[in-house]
Design a binder for this molecule. Structure first.
Ligand code: F1P
Length: 366
């Protein structure tokens, strides 16, 4: 059971609790350098934006693609780097690739950068917290946030900070100065409630454990559900899954029992439809947790655990703040189950593959 050593997971919890401050530093850096304005001018206007990454960086890409389309009205999608290497036709021609990698060293992402730049002659944009990395030298354009890097193996503040940088670029591209201002206001809205959210998640975890952790979200909150699932797997080795909320009815709800904790990241756009699934899951005997911006009577009645963020920021700006509850759930479950979140089982901070040609798995010939 729980490890009594107070230093267990110290690195990871410090980095999670430092997120609002780190966001302020990153957004200030991006404003000072004016690089978002420059990139917005330099990068193609009509192309579909394809966000690429691995692990957490792929789930970040999912949120970035959703908010890119919401803000710019443009086409955008997210693809794992390995898919492009093994099925190159999945990369739409004439697209703008955005390569996301905290370390800047993940083999699959570097290989996609080289494939795009050298074989397809497409100029890529890399987003990273690393400095002096192969990704940096393989990409034409760069957003670099070294102040947001995590020492921990699992991605937390790097995840939310790189996400905010890409949302700020989308706002710049869309001429949405109001959204940029909302992003800059997010740290001051989230900082005062960090201790309360941390305490709520810790008491939930200390109350009891579950056999299965399900995360549900729609739109940009689907990536939040995916990343929360990964955090619970990485830090506590618990069984966890993620689905689009309304998709949960189409089969997966068969798993619901008193041993299942179903977490709803309730959106504003789909509030009523998603709340109906919440009521249904409660009715089936599942335990429910809700993370949302503003709850109503139905949600209060159907949620065993409720985190209400009450952020002034518009919906598309909230995923970075919303995913923190998922990070904390993974952390405290890890502690409860006797794991050290700073040393996740079987994981390395960077996945570097060497198949003898210094790079990723053989890339299928087109
Ligand atoms: C991404 C990643 C992390 C995962 C683990 C291995 O790395 O897959 O998401 O938690 O640390 O690396 P990166 O390409 O973003 O550095």
């Amino acid at each position: 059971m729980a490890d009594s050593n107070p230093n267990t997971g110290a690195q990871t919890i410090t980095e999670i609790l430092s997120e609002p401050r780190t966001w302020t530093q990153c957004l200030a850096r991006l404003t000072e350098t004016g690089q978002l304005r420059t990139l917005s001018k330099e990068l193609p206007k009509k192309a579909e934006w394809v966000f690429v990454g691995c692990g957490s960086s792929f789930y970040l890409a999912q949120i970035a693609a959703a908010t890119w389309s919401i803000l710019t009205g443009g086409l955008a999608r997210a693809i794992p780097a390995s898919e492009i290497l093994l099925f190159p036709n999945l990369l739409p021609s004439g697209c703008q690739p955005v390569l996301i990698s905290r370390s800047g060293q993940t083999s699959e992402v570097i290989d996609v950068a080289r494939y795009c730049e050298q074989e397809l002659t497409i100029r890529t944009l890399a987003v990273t917290c690393g400095t002096g990395t192969p990704l940096e030298t393989s990409s034409s354009h760069l957003i670099q946030l070294p102040m947001a890097d995590d020492k921990s193996t699992v991605m937390t503040r790097s995840f939310t900070s790189m996400l905010l940088a890409l949302q700020a670029l989308a706002a710049e591209r869309a001429g949405r100065q109001d959204f940029l201002a909302a992003l800059r206001g997010l740290p001051a809205q989230m900082e005062p409630q960090m201790a309360e959210v941390e305490g709520a998640v810790r008491s939930l975890v200390n109350a009891r454990g579950y056999a299965d952790y399900v995360f549900l979200g729609q739109g940009p909150f689907f990536g939040v559900a995916q990343e929360s699932m990964l955090k619970v797997k990485e830090m506590s080795c618990s069984y966890a899954q993620a689905f689009h909320t309304l998709e949960f009815r189409h089969g997966p709800k068969a798993i619901v029992s008193g041993e299942t904790l179903v977490t709803f990241f309730l959106s504003e756009s789909g509030f009523d439809a998603e709340t109906a699934v919440l009521e249904e899951v409660k009715g089936l005997g599942g335990a429910t947790m809700v993370v949302t911006n503003a709850a109503n009577g139905v949600v209060r009645r159907s949620a065993d655990y409720l985190i209400e963020l009450s952020l002034e920021a518009p919906e598309a700006a909230r995923p970075a703040a919303t995913v923190i509850a998922g990070q904390l759930l993974g952390f405290h479950l890890g502690i409860r189950r006797g794991f050290d979140p700073d040393q996740p089982r079987h994981l390395t901070r960077v996945v570097m593959l060497d198949n003898g040609n210094g790079g990723s798995p053989n890339r299928a010939d087109t």
